[in-house]
Ligand binder design. Structure first.
Ligand code: SAM
Length: 188
């Protein structure tokens, strides 16, 4: 499959800039002693900022070129689509998916898989473009024009899918690109 991120990888971090690590830490309730998974984590732009706040951080992404950047930051990087993660169940205390869900080929399968690897009592954060916004429809058109095949779910749709898997969800707030969706897995 054609990897658009092959061409974006060399300047991706400069294009997007550093994340708001304090806000991420607040929403993800960090620090945490366990593991964090950054699924669709690309260059590790966010993962690097979270590294001091967890026992271990792992970036998973299918793009070899994005992952090479993450490895350059000495991050644990795993080549994997979110639809099929090479991890045991319940092994991550926190998971984040930032600006990536719309790129996933099978979003239902990916969300189910993320729920599988999330530990009881753990928290999943999804930052995603809000398909309710007109500007996002333009972005969708632009991504379609370059053959990205992106598919944008509305925050409510994402919540409904996660609720069906037994997670409690809330739209935590609006972000630069859309919405922050927080989902908590019931404790043990
Ligand atoms: C816009 S980038 C976001 C990267 C990172 N989350 C960030 O905010 O810096 C989207 C990432 O999703 C990845 N991606 C595409 N399809 C995927 C899938 N099925 N599973 C996991 N990641 C995927 C791409 O390779 C790319 O690195």
């Amino acid at each position: 499959m054609f990897d658009h991120f092959r061409y974006l990888a060399p300047f991706y971090d400069r294009l997007l800039g550093p994340p708001d690590a304090d806000r991420l830490a607040r929403i993800l309730k960090l620090p945490v002693a366990g593991r964090i998974l950054d699924s669709g984590g690309g260059t590790g732009r966010l993962t690097r900022a979270l590294r001091p706040l967890a026992g271990q951080v792992v970036v998973a992404d299918p793009s070899a070129h994005m992952l090479a950047r993450a490895r350059g930051k000495r991050l644990a990087a795993v080549a994997a689509r979110s639809e099929r993660l090479p991890f045991a169940g319940a092994c991550f205390e926190r998971i984040l998916v930032v600006d990536a869900l719309h790129h996933f080929g099978d979003q239902h399968a990916a969300l189910a898989e993320l729920v599988r690897v999330l530990a009881p009592g753990g928290r999943l954060l999804i930052e995603e473009f809000d398909a309710n916004r007109a500007a996002v429809r333009l972005i969708a058109l632009a991504e379609k024009a370059v053959g990205m095949g992106s598919r944008f779910l509305r925050p409510q749709e994402i919540c409904e899918i996660l609720n069906a898997h037994g997670l409690a969800t809330q739209v935590h707030g609006r972000s630069r690109i859309g919405a922050w969706i927080v989902a908590d897995k019931p404790g043990p």
